[in-house]
Ligand binder design. Structure first.
Ligand code: URA
Length: 176
C-alpha cells in the first residue's frame, strides 16, 4: 500500500505532527528498519535525525557505508506519544505500508526488538539473536531479515554498538 501522508489508520494520527516516510535510496537493495519516529523526526518528517540517528550516522560512516545508499524506515510511521513503544494494533495498522516498502529488498535489517518482533511475528531477544538471519514472507515473497540492535541501545551499551557495527559491515561487504 502506498504511504498516505494523511493516514488515520490508528490513534497515532491524533497526536503526531506528521507522517514520517522512508528516506535515503528508496530503490536500495537494503532497508534498515527502526521502531517509530521520535520528537525530532515528527517535527522534520525524516526518520533517524535525532540522537539515535546521529549514532546510526556515526556507525555507518565508520563502516564506510553512505546513508544515501540505503533505505531507512520505521515499523510505525507516526510518533507514539512520549516515545512509548508502538502498541500491537498500531504496528498492525501500519504493516501494509512497511510490507510495500520492503517487498523488493534483498535484505531487511531489523534494528531493535520492535522491528524484529514485528517482522518475524514472534518474541525476539536481540541480545541473543543479533547478527543472525531469518526468513519471512512478505506479500507472498520470501525475504531475508538480519536481526540487530537499535541505534539508541548503542548510546549506552558497547555490546550493542559492536553488534550494530558488525551488521553494517556485513551489509557493506555483501551489497556495496
Ligand atoms: N528511533 C526510531 O526507531 N526511529 C526513528 O526514526 C528515530 C528514533
Amino acid at each position: 500500500m502506498e504511504i498516505d501522508l494523511q493516514c488515520s489508520r490508528c490513534r497515532l494520527s491524533e497526536t503526531r505532527i506528521q507522517v514520517v516516510p522512508p528516506s535515503g535510496d528508496l530503490r536500495s537493495p537494503v532497508a534498515f528498519v527502526g521502531e517509530g519516529p521520535g520528537e525530532k523526526e515528527d517535527q522534520k518528517g525524516m526518520p533517524f535525525i535525532g540522537r539515535a540517528g546521529k549514532m546510526l550516522d556515526r556507525l555507518l560512516r565508520e563502516e564506510g557505508l553512505a546513508r544515501e545508499r540505503i533505505m531507512i524506515t520505521n515499523t510505525v510511521k507516526c510518533r507514539p506519544p512520549e516515545n512509548r513503544r508502538p502498541l500491537p494494533d498500531e504496528t498492525c495498522a501500519c504493516f501494509p505500508y512497511l510490507e510495500q516498502e520492503l517487498v523488493d529488498k534483498l535484505l531487511i535489517v531489523a534494528m531493535g526488538r520492535t522491528a524484529c518482533e514485528n517482522l518475524l511475528g514472534r518474541a525476539v531477544k536481540v541480545g541473543q539473536e543479533a547478527n543472525t538471519m531469518a526468513s519471512v514472507q512478505l506479500m507472498g515473497r520470501e525475504k531475508t531479515v538480519l536481526l540487530t540492535y537499535h541505534p539508541s541501545a548503542c548510546l549506552y551499551n558497547l555490546k550493542a554498538r559492536e553488534g550494530l557495527q558488525a551488521s553494517i559491515r556485513l551489509v557493506r561487504e555483501r551489497f556495496f
